[in-house]
Design a protein around this ligand. Sequence first.
Ligand SMILES: NC(=O)CC[C@H](N)C(=O)O
Length: 309
Amino acid sequence: MADLQAIVDEIHEKLTPRLGEGKVADYIPQLAHVDPKRFGMAIIDVEGRVFKAGDADVPFSIQSISKVFTLTLALGKHGETTWNRVGREPSGSAFNSIVQLEHEEGKPRNPFINAGAIAVSDLVLAGHTPREAIGEIVRFVRYLADDETIAIDPDVAKSEQATGYRNFALANFMRSFNKLTHPVEHVLGVYFHHCALAMTCTQLAKSGLFLAASGRNPLTGHTVVSKQRARRINALMLTCGHYDGSGDFAYRVGLPGKSGVGGGILAVAPGRASVAVWSPGLNHNGNSLIGSLALEMLATRTGWSVFGH
Ligand SMILES: NC(=O)CC[C@H](N)C(=O)O
């Protein structure tokens, strides 16, 4: 086994001169306040060993990475009927695009674009008030990471609530096709709050470990999902986790991954490790520019690509 700590240190050192490249998301005003030169990386292998560099223990806004956790919850509640509400195909369009929704009559392409995650929030709301649903999501993420300190940043949630015009448009559009069962304000309340979860790279890597270990978190011994479900969530992350940049991420990195506009990426090396990186500058697809490079370097040095060495 390669010396992972040496690899992580080398990646950090090599990328340090480039920190600040890319564009920090500012359409959610609160996200624009983040220092663009931050960089964190954490790897946790299936034996529980932790390898970290840089700001691995500084919390950041996980944004769309949370869609992996809400999808897992929705599948737990609704099983395969989840797929009546959201598809499983890459969209080839931006995370906040509305174009396909009209053709597809309000059924979003996949659970990781905004429209799809809004449909998933509607599913998580079933039988709950918005406050209870948000509480359930926070409890679930704390259970995954085995860390009771994880919380939502209320300022980020408020900031997005105040400026989330596109997400309101997407949700209203779906509602017009009768594709949401709860009021738009309730569904988006859940969506904005889970996107505003603040986590460190270490916490994120821990919370994704069940996906690297056939559905069971080896640190806690908890079986989170079946092997089959873990494999399927990984497949969705690989094909849809980086929006219209998913093909390029598969080509360069070759790992299931989910990005967020806060600059984080959670990547899964099945059977090996869970990896989280954070660097706030984004590329033109809204994925962390330096974070993607860090994962490309990691995959090259470890041979972890799911497509072969
Ligand atoms: N890609 C993202 O991280 C987008 C999530 C963000 N909360 C939004 O709805 O715009």
